[in-house]
Design a protein around this ligand. Sequence first.
Ligand code: GZL
Length: 311
Amino acid sequence: VLIFASLFAMTVSAADLITVGYAQIGAESDWRTANTESFKSTFTEENGFKLIFDDAQQKQENQIKAIRNFIQQEVDYIVLAPIVETGWETVLGEAKEAGIPVILSDRQIKVTDDSLYVAWVGGNFLQEGYNAVEWLDGYLKENGRENEDINIVLLQGTIGSSAQVGRTEGVEKLLADRPKYHLLAKQTGEFTQAKGQEVMESFLKSYDDIDVVIAENDDMGYGAMEAIKAAGKVPGKDIIMISYDSGRRAFEKVIAGELNVTVECNPLHGPRVAEIIKKLEAGETVDKIQYVDEGVFDIKNAAEILPTRTY
Ligand code: GZL
């Protein structure tokens, strides 16, 4: 009787689990690793979920294949971190046809029919762009350099990703109002440390008067630091370093003085998406657009805040 009862309980509980297919972009950065961990530690069986995880190796076609797989497996929900903003209508139309709700995490998509997804959770990329330039204004003023001509290079993320689109737009919009700031060059480093180093090496060969690097994630910033040191300059001193994400390593670089500021983009979307699913399961409505809270961390607050960080 005991064996039957426990088998029955397992069968019932397996049937009760909410199955979630998660089409993740890849493992290109510390941020992505923390984002994945946030989902894997939230979507557990004890929390009532069965998570089917797919790593697309930074390729949109792999994400599309994963979504088709999830549809075949008749998952209850699909979560997508869309690598770029376009190219999703067809496959999300297939999910809609199959009656599977789609929740977007992290980056956004451009679609004419926004019923193709139920909700989006992520960072305010445009505001993050503004945050970087507004921090630079304050830093230069504090250092008596507000009247200097300032030469800037921009290491962009994956072109066409909403993180890149928003951050670049925010930076360029404010630079346009600041005649003293000169954007010498911008180029994608694909959000990776290796590519960031490579692009910074080429920038340093082209320009010997770079004052500021804005890297659209910390990992490309770390690569740029290596290139700057190899060129005999001191990152954080000879060249002001600004980057995005605010992972633990970035805090350590700020405290060491190699990174002047990290603009936060919170990766902990797991609990937020789980909350959305639980609400949908209960027949409740959910907000379509849900921004996560984000800060700006520099030498003034990094040491005090680092102990409170979870990623
Ligand atoms: C931002 C996210 C970006 C991070 C990068 O929400 O999409 O992708 O800034 C990551 O580190 O690769």
